[in-house]
Ligand binder design. Structure first.
Ligand SMILES: Nc1ncnc2c1ncn2[C@@H]1O[C@H](COP(=O)(O)OP(=O)(O)OP(=O)(O)O)[C@@H](O)[C@H]1O
Length: 566
């Protein structure tokens, strides 16, 4: 039917759409959780209430001895500090976000450590020995063997803190009657599994609360002996922290300073909090007393520099996790297929209903147990055991299907062992290479100092001694690194062999599809693990390259050439 309105006179009009956001009502719970934001009166953003956690946070108190750091971070039972208040807030949020959820779905776990004279001790243990600091591709910097306690109330943590603080090294100095001689770090890990999500997508939040030891000038404290040595160590790690703050402050402005995290345990522990994936706050404490003039001004100067530092906060459920959840869903689908195939194979007595292999899993051609481990000792495939290709269709029936499954299980174990071994070898290699990058950087600095010719005889002698020790360490590390490289090559050869056996078994089988599905399932699971590792290594390499590049710029910059000439 023709329109009665001439086409030329038709007008197009878009629908006007308005959004009105109703504010929260009283009945909508306390604390209220407003998840809708209106930006520039144009954009409406609805925040996902399940993705508001999963970040890292660091709070550290920085200031001279006696200025109030412990008071701020730890406090007293009648006037609790940030450590207890933060936990109280976490438990309050837990009730608001996930009322009535089990500890498995929402857990709060704490650890409490101290760094004293460059050694880490567990404050939650009665007689803690020294603990080792490690860099884990998944978790970042972590302390091996540190006790972690699941807590369910702020009162519980106050008890733990009191207990831990009694173990903490304190002493009376002229500047403070109970001066902390160690740096204390309370780490709170919050893990939440969002509803209706894969468990792999748990949100992980980490809050590190740090009570630093007080910086002091020897002249002010009148310390001698052990106290003086403690003071020197405290000052050394605080100096390392101050140097990192300086370099990071410069980096934010010019992007060209080397950040010496490795110079102390404290800075290695705080690395993420200072520049990595963390929302960070520094509480600068200053005393009002007139004789603290120098200290107060100094603290405020560092606070001013720290303002420039930029961190890069991303939720701990990042892109790696997204990839991982994709793999997780592939694995889940494959698992369902595997289960339905297993169910079809269940009446194993019927020789005509399933794959027909002879030979038993893990047994050699003559029935002897095959040696374990990747490479020559790889699980004997059912096809191999009967002579390649001869197995297919030549069923002895009965246990054939079970043999196939057991053989695949044995092979899967070998693949996992092989991957795990390679990951460990590569981790060890990266660590050694990383240490040597730092050693070489230090050697370069020593050489520059020696070449400058301005050092005193004593300084020169000390530098020469350090240079010799570093050179020895560098060549020892290089030899060890070569051993790791050889082991990695052997591991890769073993992996190729396992892969070859798997492919040969699939080719020689009348049930190629069944085997393919099973092996794909195994391989996807292994890829998931490898992907995690590769992403962690990539991040590590990027950050190391950044350090190297900024070093190069610094050294070239010192040559006096302009940026264009460089
Ligand atoms: N804001 C404050 N209000 C009242 N008293 C405070 C405050 N801050 C600190 N104090 C008191 O000052 C004294 C020194 O404080 P605190 O022990 O916290 O200092 P600190 O910076 O941790 O020292 P150190 O580095 O030597 O361990 C304590 O007696 C503490 O109770």
């Amino acid at each position: 039917m023709e329109s009665s309105v001439p086409v030329a006179s038709k007008q197009q009009a878009t629908l006007s759409v308005a959004v009105r956001v109703r504010p929260l009502l009283k009945a909508e719970g306390s604390p209220k959780k407003d998840i809708v934001r209106v930006i520039d009166k144009k954009i409406v953003v609805v925040l996902d209430p399940d993705e508001t956690k999963g970040l890292n946070g660091t709070v550290f108190a920085y200031g001279a001895t006696g200025s109030g750091k412990t008071h701020t971070m730890v406090g007293t039972p009648s006037d609790p500090g940030l450590m207890v208040r933060s936990l109280a807030e976490i438990f309050q949020q837990r009730e608001a976000l996930a009322p009535g959820r089990s500890a498995e779905d929402f857990s709060v776990v704490c650890s409490y450590l101290e760094v004293y004279n460059e050694v880490i001790y567990d404050l939650l243990l009665k007689n803690s020995g020294p603990l080792e600091l490690r860099e884990d591709p998944d978790q970042g910097v972590c302390v091996a063997g540190l006790k972690r306690i699941q807590v369910s109330s702020p009162e519980e943590i106050m008890g733990l803190l009191e207990e831990g603080n009694k173990r903490r090294k304190t002493d009376s100095t002229d500047a403070n009657a109970t001066s902390s001689r160690s740096h204390a770090v309370l780490e709170i890990l919050v893990r939440r599994v969002p509803r209706d999500q894969y468990r792999a997508q748990a949100l992980l939040g980490k809050l590190s609360l740090v009570d630093l030891a007080g910086s002091e000038r020897a002249a002010e404290t009148n310390n001698v002996g052990q106290k003086l040595r403690d003071g020197a160590n405290i000052n050394r790690s605080l100096l390392a922290l101050a140097n990192c703050i300086n370099a990071l402050g410069k980096n934010a402005k010019t992007g060209a300073a080397y950040v010496p995290y490795r110079n102390s345990k404290l800075t290695r522990l705080l690395k993420d909090g200072l520049s990595g994936n963390s929302r960070t706050a520094m509480v600068a404490t200053v005393a009002a007393a007139g004789d603290q003039y120098y200290n107060s001004v100094n603290t405020l100067k560092y606070a001013d520099r720290a303002k420039e530092i930029k961190t890069h906060v991303v939720p701990n459920l990042g892109s790696v996790e997204r990839h991982i959840s994709d793999y997780q869903s592939i694995i889940d689908t494959l698992q369902t297929e595997v289960q339905s195939l297993r169910a079809k194979l269940a009446p194993a007595g019927d020789a005509s209903s399933g794959p027909s292999f002879t030979g038993s899993p893990g047994a050699g051609p003559h029935g002897a147990a095959a040696p374990r481990g990747p490479g020559a000792g790889a699980a004997q495939s059912p096809a191999d055991a009967a002579g390649k290709g001869g197995a297919a269709g030549a069923g002895a029936g009965g246990s054939g299907e079970a043999d196939t499954l057991s053989w695949l299980d044995a092979l899967a174990t070998e693949i996992n062992e092989n991957v795990e071994e390679r990951i460990n070898l590569q981790k060890a290699l990266y660590e050694l290479e990383d240490i040597n990058v730092c050693n070489k950087y230090e050697l370069q600095n020593i050489q520059e100092m020696l070449d400058a010719g301005s050092a005193t005889d004593a300084e020169r002698a000390e530098a020469l001694e350090r240079r010799a020790a570093l050179q020895e360490e560098v060549s020892g590390n290089e030899a060890e690194a070569q051993c790791y490289r050889d082991d990695i090559a052997a591991n890769e050869a073993g992996r190729r062999e396992i892969q070859g056996k798997l492919e040969a078994a699939i080719d020689g089988s009348s049930n190629a599809n069944f085997l393919k599905i099973l092996s794909t399932f195994r391989i996807q699971a292994v890829r998931l693990q490898e992907l995690k590792f590769q992403m962690a290594v990539r991040d590590q390499i990027i950050s190391e390259q950044r350090e190297v590049i900024s070093n190069v710029w610094r050294i070239l910059g010192a040559s006096g050439l302009t940026r264009e000439e460089l």
